[in-house]
Design a protein around this ligand. Structure first.
Ligand SMILES: Nc1nc2c(c(=O)[nH]1)N[C@H]1C(S)=C(S)[C@@H](COP(=O)(O)OP(=O)(O)OC[C@H]3O[C@@H](n4cnc5c(=O)[nH]c(N)nc54)[C@H](O)[C@@H]3O)O[C@H]1N2
Ligand SMILES: Nc1nc2c(c(=O)[nH]1)N[C@H]1C(S)=C(S)[C@@H](COP(=O)(O)OP(=O)(O)OC[C@H]3O[C@@H](n4cnc5c(=O)[nH]c(N)nc54)[C@H](O)[C@@H]3O)O[C@H]1N2
Ligand SMILES: [Mo]
Length: 639
C-alpha cells in the first residue's frame, strides 16, 4: 500500500517576479515588484479586473474595490461569493430588497423548527451548529434536506434524501401541501406579499405523489416537513450550497423564500431565513462593495444619487453600469477583452468549475499579479507575486459574519519575512498610479466607510468593542436595531410597511449535465470537516483525520464496480478525467458519488465539474456533474 501525504504550502515571505511565464520566479525588492505590478496593470487600462479576498478584512475589501473603481475606473471587481452564495444575495434582494440573512444565531436557539436545506453545517459551519444544537436541546425539531445522509442529518428528526437538483419540486410540493391543508398564513400573505394567486397556480401540479417520483423522497416525509414548518410558532429555514451551486441557484433560493412568505416565517424574532455564508468575511466583502453591482453599504451603482455621493467623497467618476462578475471576467479573458487581473487572496486556478479551462484562460492573460499568503496554483501562473499578511491574527480590522455582525479582528502574530498588509500594498500600488491615499490605520479606512454607508454609520470601533460586535443595519451611534430584518412586513400601518415581498415564480429545471449510459453516476462536490476550500490554508498540518481526496461511493456501487476502499479508479466526466482512490460511505445512495475540492494537487476535482452558470448570479453548477467510473487494469491501493 502506498502512503499518501497531502501537499503542504509554505508562507510567502518576499515578493517574486519574472520576465516571462517560461522563467522561474526570482526574489525581488518590494520597490521592483510594485513598479512591475503598476506597469502591467497600467498598460491594460480598460481591460482590467480585480479579485478581492473574502477572508481578509472589511477595510481591505473597501480599499480593493476603491482601487478598481477610482484608480482603474472599472466596476470589474468580485470575489468567491460568485462561486458560492451570490444566488442567495440575488434571491433575497429580489424578495426583500436586501441580500443579507434575516435572523441572528441567537434566534436559532429559540425556535421550534429548523430546516437545514442543502447545508452540512455540522462540518461547514461548526460554530453556528453549536447554536443549532442548543436549539435542539431547547426542544426544536430539525429537518435535513440533502441527497447525502450527512453528519448534520444524523442530528435531525427526519432526513429527506432527495435527488440532486430536485429542490424546486420539493419546495413547490411543500408549498402546495401547506395551501391545501389550510395552513397558509393568509393574513400575512395579504399584508406583506404580492403574487400569491400566481404562486398557487405554479405549485398546484406538484402533488405529493409527483414530488415523490421526482425527488425520490417518500410523500409522507414531505408532508410531515410541510406540516411541521407551517404549524410552528417560530421556524428557521437555513440553506447553503446544496441550493445555490446549481445552474438555477437563484430560482432555488426563490423557491425556499416562497415558503417563508406563505407561512409568515420571516421578519419576526425566531423566524427567518439563513443562507449560512461560506468564508469568514464573504458577507463583509460584498457589503464593502467588492462586487460588480454595488458600492459600499450594498448601494446600487445604477442609482444616480448614490453615484454622486461616492463621486464627491472619492473625487472621481463612477462608471454608471454594473461591472463584470467573476464568471463574466473569465469569459472576457476568453474573448480577449480582459487582459490583466489583480488577484488578492483567491485561488481560481483550482476553485473555478472546469478548472483546466480556467487555467488556460489565466495563462492567456497579458498580466497577472497575485497577492496571497501562500504560493498557490494561481500564483504559479502570475507575473508578480506579492506576499501579504493574513487577515486573521496578523491584521487589525473588522469582518462581518453570516448574521451580519461586524466584529473586530486583531493583530496577535508577527507576519513572516517581508510580508506586508493587504491595505498597504494596494495603497502603494494606487500611489504609483497617481492616487495618494493616506490611511493611517484600519480605523481610518473604517471611518471613511462609515461616512458613505448608512447601514454602518453607527458602528465606531469603540462601539464594536463595547457590544462585542454589532449587526447591520446600524444607522445611529445611539442604540441598536432588532436582531432580525424585515420587521416592517408586520407593520399594521401600510405607510410604514415599505415594499411588499413578491412570491418567486420559478420552474423546475433539472441539472444541465445529464446522466446517461456513458456517464451513469451523479457526482456532487462539497466539503469535509478537516479541510478548507482549495486546501491552501489547511495544508499545513498532518492529522489522521485528513485522509486526502477520495471518491466516495455507496456500498452498493462499490460492490457493483468490484472496488474496495483505497483502490484507485479512473473518474471521467464530459470535461476531464482524474484518478482517485475509493471510499465507501453509507451516507450515499446508489448512483450518487461525492468528492471535495480540498486536495487539487492530488486530484483536481474541478477538472470534472461543469461551467453551467446561473444566469442571474453567475454561480456554477458544482453540485451536479455526470461521471463514469472505470476500474484500472492493475489494482493499486493507497491509504
Ligand atoms: N470544514 C470546512 N468548512 C467550511 C469550508 C470548508 O472548505 N471546509 N468552506 C466554507 C465555504 S467557502 C462555504 S461556501 C461553506 C459551504 O457549506 P455547505 O454548503 O454546507 O457545504 P457543501 O459540502 O459544499 O454542501 C452542502 C451540502 O449540499 C448537499 N447537496 C448537493 N447537491 C444538492 C442538491 O441538489 N440539493 C440539496 N438540497 N443539497 C445538495 C451536499 O450533499 C452537501 O452536504 O462552508 C464553509 N465552511
Ligand atoms: N468542486 C467545487 N468547487 C468549488 C466549490 C464546491 O463546492 N465544489 N465551492 C466554491 C466556493 S463556495 C468557494 S467560496 C470557492 C473558494 O475558492 P477560493 O476563494 O479561490 O479558494 P480558497 O482556498 O478559499 O482561497 C483562499 C486564498 O486566499 C488566501 N488568503 C487567505 N487569507 C488572506 C488574506 O488575508 N490576504 C490575502 N491576500 N490572501 C489571503 C489563501 O492563502 C488562499 O490562497 O471554491 C468554489 N469551488
Ligand atoms: Mo464559499
Amino acid at each position: 500500500m502506498r502512503k499518501r501525504q497531502p501537499k503542504t504550502y509554505t508562507r510567502l515571505t518576499h515578493p517574486l517576479v519574472r520576465d516571462s511565464r517560461d522563467e522561474p520566479f526570482r526574489r525581488a525588492t518590494w520597490d521592483e515588484a510594485l513598479d512591475r505590478a503598476a506597469r502591467g496593470i497600467e498598460r491594460n487600462r480598460g481591460a482590467f479586473g480585480m479579485f478581492s479576498c473574502a477572508r481578509a478584512t472589511n477595510e481591505m475589501n473597501y480599499v480593493a474595490q476603491k482601487f478598481a473603481r477610482v484608480v482603474m475606473g472599472t466596476n470589474n471587481v468580485d470575489s468567491c461569493n460568485r462561486t458560492c452564495h451570490a444566488p442567495s444575495v440575488a434571491g433575497l434582494s429580489a424578495a426583500f430588497g436586501s441580500g443579507g440573512g434575516t435572523s441572528s444565531y441567537e434566534e436559532i436557539e429559540h425556535t421550534d423548527v429548523i430546516v437545514m436545506w442543502g447545508s452540512n453545517a455540522r462540518f461547514a459551519h461548526p460554530i453556528f451548529f453549536q447554536h443549532v444544537l442548543k436549539g435542539i436541546r431547547n426542544g426544536a425539531r430539525m429537518y435535513a434536506v440533502d441527497p447525502r445522509r450527512t453528519s448534520t442529518a444524523e442530528w435531525a428528526e427526519s432526513w429527506l434524501g432527495l435527488n440532486v437538483g430536485t429542490d424546486i419540486p420539493m419546495a413547490h410540493a411543500i408549498g402546495r401541501e401547506i395551501i391545501h391543508a389550510g395552513l397558509a398564513n393568509q393574513a400575512f400573505i395579504e399584508r406583506a406579499t404580492t403574487g400569491f394567486e400566481e404562486y398557487v397556480r405554479l405549485v398546484e401540479p406538484w402533488t405529493l405523489s409527483l414530488a415523490e417520483k421526482v425527488t425520490g423522497v417518500p410523500a409522507a416525509a414531505i408532508r410531515e416537513l410541510a406540516h411541521a414548518y407551517a404549524r410552528a410558532e417560530r421556524a428557521q429555514l437555513c440553506w447553503t450550497l446544496g441550493i445555490t451551486e446549481h445552474h438555477n441557484g437563484t430560482d432555488n433560493v426563490r423557491a425556499l423564500i416562497n415558503l417563508s412568505l406563505l407561512t409568515g416565517h420571516v421578519g419576526r424574532y425566531g423566524s427567518g431565513l439563513q443562507p449560512l455564508r461560506g468564508q469568514n468575511n464573504v458577507q463583509g466583502g460584498g457589503d464593502m462593495g467588492a462586487i460588480p453591482n454595488r458600492l459600499p453599504g450594498f448601494q446600487d451603482i445604477l442609482d444616480p444619487e448614490i453615484r454622486l455621493k461616492f463621486e464627491s467623497a472619492w473625487d472621481t467618476v463612477i462608471q454608471p453600469h454594473y461591472g463584470l462578475n467573476l464568471t463574466e471576467m473569465f469569459e472576457a479573458m476568453e474573448d480577449g477583452t480582459l487582459k490583466a487581473v489583480y488577484c488578492v487572496g483567491e485561488n481560481p486556478a483550482q476553485s473555478e468549475a472546469d478548472s483546466e479551462q480556467a487555467v488556460r484562460r489565466l495563462k492567456a492573460l497579458d498580466f497577472l499579479v497575485v497577492q496571497d499568503i501562500f504560493l498557490t496554483k494561481t500564483a504559479e501562473i502570475a507575473d508578480v507575486v506579492l506576499p501579504a499578511t493574513a487577515g486573521w491574527a496578523e491584521t487589525e480590522g473588522t469582518t462581518t459574519n453570516s448574521e451580519r455582525r461586524v466584529q473586530r479582528v486583531r493583530k496577535a502574530v508577527t507576519p513572516p519575512g517581508e510580508a506586508r498588509e493587504d491595505i498597504d500594498i494596494i495603497c502603494d500600488l494606487a500611489a504609483r498610479l497617481g492616487h495618494d491615499w493616506k490611511y493611517a490605520d484600519a480605523e481610518t479606512v473604517w471611518n471613511e466607510l462609515r461616512s458613505v454607508s448608512p447601514d454602518h454609520y453607527g458602528m465606531t470601533y469603540e462601539r464594536l468593542e463595547e457590544h462585542q460586535g454589532i449587526q447591520w443595519p446600524c444607522p445611529s451611534t445611539d442604540g441598536l436595531e432588532p436582531t432580525y430584518l424585515h420587521g416592517r412586513l408586520w407593520e399594521p400601518d401600510p405607510g410604514k410597511r415599505g415594499p411588499l415581498a413578491p412570491f418567486g415564480i420559478v420552474q423546475h429545471d433539472p441539472p444541465v449535465d445529464l446522466t446517461d449510459e456513458e456517464y451513469p453516476i451523479r457526482l456532487t462536490t462539497g466539503r469535509r470537516l478537516d479541510s478548507y476550500n482549495t486546501g491552501v490554508q489547511s495544508g499545513g498540518y498532518a492529522s489522521p483525520l485528513r485522509r486526502g481526496e477520495y471518491i466516495e461511493l455507496s456500498p452498493e456501487d462499490a460492490e457493483r464496480y468490484g472496488v474496495v476502499v483505497g483502490e484507485q479508479v479512473q473518474v471521467t466526466s464530459r470535461r476531464g478525467s482524474v484518478t482517485a482512490p475509493v471510499w465507501v460511505d453509507t451516507a450515499l445512495r446508489p448512483g450518487l458519488a461525492f468528492m471535495t475540492m480540498h486536495f487539487p494537487d492530488e486530484v483536481d476535482t474541478n477538472a470534472l465539474t461543469i461551467e453551467a452558470n446561473c444566469p442571474i448570479a453567475g454561480t456554477a453548477e458544482f453540485k451536479a456533474s455526470a461521471i463514469r467510473i472505470d476500474k484500472l487494469p492493475i489494482a493499486t491501493i493507497v491509504g
